[in-house]
Design a protein around this ligand. Structure first.
Ligand code: MOS
Length: 650
């Protein structure tokens, strides 16, 4: 009532209001969960109005850390199940027999922290109702899933919801689903009778829109004295907050090990829900695996690169390691760690793997009689240059320039595609567009090939703005003349994803040189060589940008970023960009991006893989620099100093 009375306030929505039950709850499960929404004439008035809503909270028991949540008597997060689920077991061979035949054994505990997405553009949308129809301009990685979610929420047909996504300031997995903020904006707009814009604040972004779960991994690995790994055991747990699902991929990860046993437990805590974050699960898995490989190499007295090569079943990755080591100068690496004094540099490496691949996309090509060309596809550009790649494919097929192609994407009115997740967009969209433009070209040629040139449409070619007979290029016309043969009607062709132009499987390798100040514990990454294979690289500049971005995010994950929860107050104490530290301009190293070109494999994705190996490569470089083994990321100065103290104490 007080909020509504404030001049400029249009709508207030509380948990008991009609339609709000699925968005706001009277019983919250974490600090930061949505409880009310206000729409006003300005964001400032809305903020004031929020403060006028008095919420009386009754504090219930809570637990915000995964290890505490597993203890007997911990506050229960979900009504219908315990905090810790049954372990999921993955095993092969006989792990005890494997360890019995091992000459060398290492066991160690590794920890990774909760990592938030920090998309520079927060989650949000503009909702506009006309009659019973909703249009939503949303910051989303998935226009079609958002359309589906909203039509379900409001009980209206899909065709009454249109979702538009023009540009994007980052998503990294957190904008894949039909987000509750979109429904809140649409509900406010419906009640207000005017369009509503809702963008989350940085704090809300940190608390509610998702995160990468933490991980606690107890690992044992055993090898023969020649470096052949014979046994691996891992017990790990982690928490995705109220969403659970903190499991790690693959078992073990990367290497061929005849005997292994992996036990994983998902834990609920009173924290914001996890969401897919750039290569979900992989950076956690890679941190422990690539750290223990380094520790095993030390114990074996072996070069850690040789140890990896010996046990890595992926031939492509083994080749990539060779190329990367050469470019990086791995042979100049210290054979034993540097001293625990002064400023020391060291070298480390890490590997990873990702799936990628494509499918499920339709596209429409339009050739207008004036020669202009449009490609329409219901995919979305999440900031990676999807529009450019589409224009490239069409321009190449029609013999035109990029500027000649009008690309229309990011609208559910166009033929559908899937969400931009899993590094699948390029491999989904490219084949669909290729198929569409090939058909469009043949259909255009069919209108005049025989009447004008006396040949079949397959005997014609389009290049450099001309259409000509392949066997006799002097028989030609301009593209405009060719298009004019259509008469009054544009040519419209629908195509779809077809196999043969894409595949999946992205190995990734990184080499890091880092500098450690042994007096302060501060680590600085000096140089990174990142080698990636992703089949046919559609656009080298865009591809390289993805790798650079992955490496930068990987450095943030390895050195700086962590959600800090107060165990007594129960909330995140650093939901901002001061205390939640992402990488800044001064932290950026020299990055050399190396493409392991495999055009014969077709298009594969690249967005996710390059974040995977960075953190362990940094931790391994820190060890090589000064002998400090840090088994928890982020590798912050306190942890480095503690590890150095151990080195000095012997
Ligand atoms: Mo990605 S984490 O599938 O956007």
């Amino acid at each position: 009532t007080q909020a509504m009375a404030l001049p400029g306030v249009k709508v207030v929505i509380l948990p008991d209001d009609e339609g709000a039950g699925d968005l706001f709850r009277r019983e919250c499960r974490y600090a930061g969960q949505e409880v009310a929404a206000v729409a006003a004439m300005t964001p400032e008035i809305a903020e004031d109005a929020l403060h006028l809503i008095e919420v009386e909270y009754t504090e219930l028991p809570f637990v915000v850390h995964a290890d505490k949540a597993m203890e007997n008597g911990a506050a229960q997060v979900q009504d219908d199940r315990p905090n810790a689920g049954e372990p999921r077991v993955n095993e092969q061979g006989d792990v005890n027999a494997g360890f019995a035949e091992a000459d060398v054994k290492v066991d160690a505990d590794y920890k990774t922290e909760v990592h938030t997405h920090v998309s520079l553009e927060t989650h949000g949308s503009i909702a506009h109702w006309e009659g019973g129809k909703l249009t939503l301009w949303a910051s989303t990685q998935a226009i079609s899933a958002t359309q589906g979610g909203l039509s379900q929420f409001f009980g209206i047909p899909n065709s009454d919801v249109r979702v538009i996504k023009d540009h994007m300031g980052g998503g990294f997995g957190s904008k894949l689903g039909p987000r509750p903020e979109y429904a809140v904006a649409a509900l406010l707009a419906r009640k207000a009778g005017v369009p509503v814009k809702l963008m989350l604040t940085r704090k809300e972004e940190h608390l509610t829109t998702g995160n990468r779960p933490d991980s606690f991994q107890s690992v044992e690995i055993g090898a023969k004295s020649d470096g052949t790994i014979v046994a691996y055991k891992r017990k790990n747990f982690g928490s995705g907050g109220i969403a659970g699902r903190a499991g790690l991929p693959g078992a073990p990860y990367l290497y061929e090990i005849p005997n292994f046993r992996v036990e994983q437990i998902d834990v609920y805590t009173h924290g914001g829900p996890q969401a897919a974050l750039r290569a979900p699960g992989h950076p956690q898995a890679a941190f422990a695996m690539e750290s223990i490989m380094d520790e095993l190499a030390v114990k074996l007295g072996m070069d850690p690169m040789e140890l990896r090569q010996k046990n890595d079943p992926d031939e492509t990755r083994r080749e990539m390691v060779k190329i990367g080591a050469e470019k990086f100068g791995w042979s100049k690496r210290r054979q034993t760690p540097g001293p625990a004094t002064g400023i020391q540099r060291g070298m480390g490496m890490g590997s990873g793997v990702w799936g990628g691949g494509g499918g499920r996309t339709k596209a429409e090509g339009v050739i207008h009689p004036d020669g202009s060309v449009e490609i329409r596809c219901g995919t979305q550009d999440v900031g990676v240059g999807t529009k450019t790649v589409i224009a490239q494919i069409a321009a190449e097929e029609f013999g035109l320039t990029l500027e000649d192609i009008i690309v229309k994407i990011g609208d559910t009115n166009y033929p559908p595609s899937g969400g931009s997740g899993g590094s699948t967009t390029c491999a989904s969209v490219s084949p669909a567009v290729k198929n569409t433009v090939q058909m469009a070209k043949l259909k255009l040629f069919d209108t005049f090939a025989s009447s004008i040139f006396g040949v079949s449409p397959h005997d014609l070619e389009a290049k450099d703005g001309k259409v000509f007979v392949t066997s006799n290029p002097s028989k030609s016309m301009t593209w405009q003349q060719a298009a004019a043969q259509l008469g009054d009607e544009p040519l419209i062709v629908q195509g779809q994803w077809v196999p043969g132009y894409s595949s999946s499987g992205v190995p990734t390798v990184q080499f890091v040189e880092a500098e450690v100040n042994t007096a302060t514990g501060v680590v600085k990454v000096i140089r990174v060589v990142a080698v990636n294979s992703s089949g046919l690289i559609m656009n080298p500049l865009l591809w390289e940008s993805q790798v650079n971005g992955g490496v930068l995010m990987g450095i943030g994950y390895g050195l700086y970023e962590e959600r800090i929860m107060d165990p007594r107050a129960g909330y995140m104490v650093n939901p901002n960009l001061e205390a939640y530290r992402v990488i800044g301009a001064m932290d950026i190293p020299e990055i050399e991006v190396v493409a392991y070109d495999q055009p014969e494999r077709g298009v594969i994705g690249i967005g996710e893989p390059p974040i995977i190996p960075t953190a362990p490569a940094i931790a391994n470089a820190v060890y090589n620099a000064c002998g400090a083994r840090v088994r928890a990321i982020p590798v912050t100065p306190d942890k480095v100093l503690a590890a150095l103290a151990e080195v000095r104490e012997g």
